[in-house]
Design a protein around this ligand. Structure first.
Ligand SMILES: O=C(O)CCC(=O)C(=O)O
Ligand code: NI
Length: 238
């Protein structure tokens, strides 16, 4: 088992739908990947914000290192695919909000079994729009979401939960330092306020699934173990 994963985290994941890991990386260990994303995703757009792993070997290998896989293996089992990366960079002052949502509402995967690692590449707190979560909400069914005009509404995603469906006063803020991460369940209700602060908010989200789940768009990277989909899943070949 991972040196970073504790039995308490398993209990928290089951009860709350998320847990936090402090200092998964030191600041120094993150310089290379942070500079790489700033250069290739944010500054030049050479790589897309969502799914850069499809065309970029460096990022998919970086996201498949033991430290991450050992963290999600106790939740998902030993046969693991990295199926997406999302560069959740929000600039200072104009960083959009993330509407309240459940990730599973977005994804074509059967069954939707996934854990998302939200890694802080710089400090995130209430001021610069850290993620907010509703503990225990992953135990509920998928709520009704409605479409929003993400450009007009200045939001980073296009679906939002009808807000009468949950109690926003139960939200807690996921405050992270550089190198800390949260791990969240695909049914957890979460969102983030806009970043109106003078600091950017740089998060990198890595999502993993057991290879027994089916996702047929060919974007999967077999990160550990073997395929359990009887050849239905299509993997990126290096
Ligand atoms: O960082 C954010 O604003 C939202 C992240 C999110 O929705 C996710 O990682 O699933
Ligand atoms: Ni999400």
């Amino acid at each position: 088992m991972s040196v970073y994963f504790t039995p308490e985290m398993a209990v928290e994941y089951q009860a709350d739908g998320f847990f936090l890991v402090r200092k998964l990386f030191t600041e120094g260990e993150l310089h290379q990947v942070t500079d790489y994303i700033i250069e290739n995703v944010i500054n030049t757009g050479r790589l897309p914000v969502v799914q850069p792993h499809k065309t970029d070997r460096f990022l998919r290998e970086w996201a498949s290192q033991e430290r991450f896989l050992d963290l999600v293996q106790p939740l998902l089992g030993p046969d693991l695919a990295l199926w997406t990366i999302h560069c959740f960079y929000k600039p200072s002052v104009t960083g959009p909000r993330t509407p309240w949502h459940q990730d599973a509402r977005y994804w074509a995967m059967k069954p939707v079994v996934t854990a998302s690692v939200w890694l802080a590449l710089e400090p995130v707190d209430e001021e610069n729009g850290c993620m907010n979560v509703i503990p225990g909400s992953h135990l509920e069914e998928i709520c009704q979401h409605h479409q929003i005009d993400d450009e007009k509404d200045q939001a980073s995603l296009s679906l939002e939960i009808d807000n009468q469906k949950f109690d926003e006063s139960k939200a807690i803020s996921i405050v992270l330092d550089t190198g800390d991460c949260s791990v969240h369940h695909s049914h957890l209700i979460h969102g983030a306020k806009a970043n109106n602060s003078g600091r950017s908010r740089h998060g990198l989200v890595l999502r993993y699934m057991p290879t027994s789940s089916i996702r047929t768009d060919g974007d999967l990277y077999l990160a550990r173990g073997r395929d359990l989909s009887n050849g239905v899943n299509v993997y990126i070949q290096d």
